[in-house]
Design a binder for this molecule. Sequence first.
Ligand code: BJ8
Length: 422
Amino acid sequence: MADYRKMWESLGMDLETHDQLCEVLPQAFGDVFLSQENRPEAMDYYNFVIAEIHGVRPQELIKAQEEGKKVFGTFCVYVPDELIFAANAIATGLCGGSQFWVPGGEKVLPTNTCPLIKASVGARLDRTCPFFRIADMYIGETTCDGKKKAWEILGEDVPVHVMDLPQMKREKDIKAWAEEIKELKKVIEEFTGNKVTAESLNESIKLINNKRKALSRLYECRKADKVPISGRDALVISQIAFYDDPARFTQMTNKLCDELEQRIKDGVSVVKEGTKRILLTGTPLAVPNWKLHNIIETSGAVVVCEEMCTGTRYFENLVDETKTTVDEQIDALANRYMGINCACFTPNTGRIDDIIRLAKEYKVDGVIDVNLKFCSLYDVEGYTVERALKEAGIPVMGIETDYTDNDAEQLRTRIGAFIEMI
Ligand code: BJ8
């Protein structure tokens, strides 16, 4: 990595501790990604982004701040990035996906909190992630209890605005979400000093829709009988989508898709014929959480789809681009976002329909339902998910895990047996 120490220092980061992370990340990335054979050439871009993860993009964000732009950090796929970009600001995903940040979170949170929350709080409070330092304001949401309380703790250190996400999907709930989006618009306008207009919002709706279309194209390629890209590579692309510049990300992902579509025409696959195809469903896999994909794909199977927030929930369904007033556009945003199926909703049968649909579309041999330890929402929902899959005759296995490697061997044995059986 190039030398970014001055920049990290000026962000008030704990350089000594951060150095430890910089030491292990390249090794981890090398082991999981660079060891793969026959990777698409266009993966070079994403390799570069990860190699420079705490350098290049943070540098861009700081430059934008120097030019007067604000940066907003988000933690959930219900928060509409469109509004942020429409106010000439930048949105960046902030969820922590490494065990490295967990002990920092445990200083202030109960141990039995989900690792995603602990890592996110730890990354901020321990000052070991530039993105968490750079963001001028965090946008939280009332999705789960742990997050709701975490915003209060983070709010003592950085401005936080919390969106009140309804947890049912009745007409009045969609209206309530539109009201929350309006409230967010006000907060963003005041914080940035910029007005969101119908023109700027229309432009950003197209910008984010284009990103969704590129991701959708990537996933379409994964449906092919000859799989042109590994699950690991697709996952890291989904993770990068949360913080890369959206226009550049779209361009690079479309370029990758050109190559993948050519591979499909030429019958090029990254795996041997007959390799078992797996769909992952469950809690999000925030960067750099590559653990399960790595275990599955080094145990003789390939991940072809993720019904996750770092997966189909992030890009499925577009926002209607035909609306001409801000109020109508906000309703269109509320409609699109309330179509996401997170376990914090009750009922959440739409997620089960999605999983069964995706299992068919991606011709999977089995589904692995992954739950981050201490996430009771997805844990409880696992019961209905797994029952529905069994009824549909689709083999399924439930897994609970965290960010440590303590259970890696046990998982390898269980996953290996599952792949053997399907
Ligand atoms: S839309 S999945 S990004 S809330 S933080 S709920 S894992 S206990 S992340 Fe999420 Fe939005 Fe839903 Fe997606 Fe559980 Fe942990 Fe809570 Fe989590």
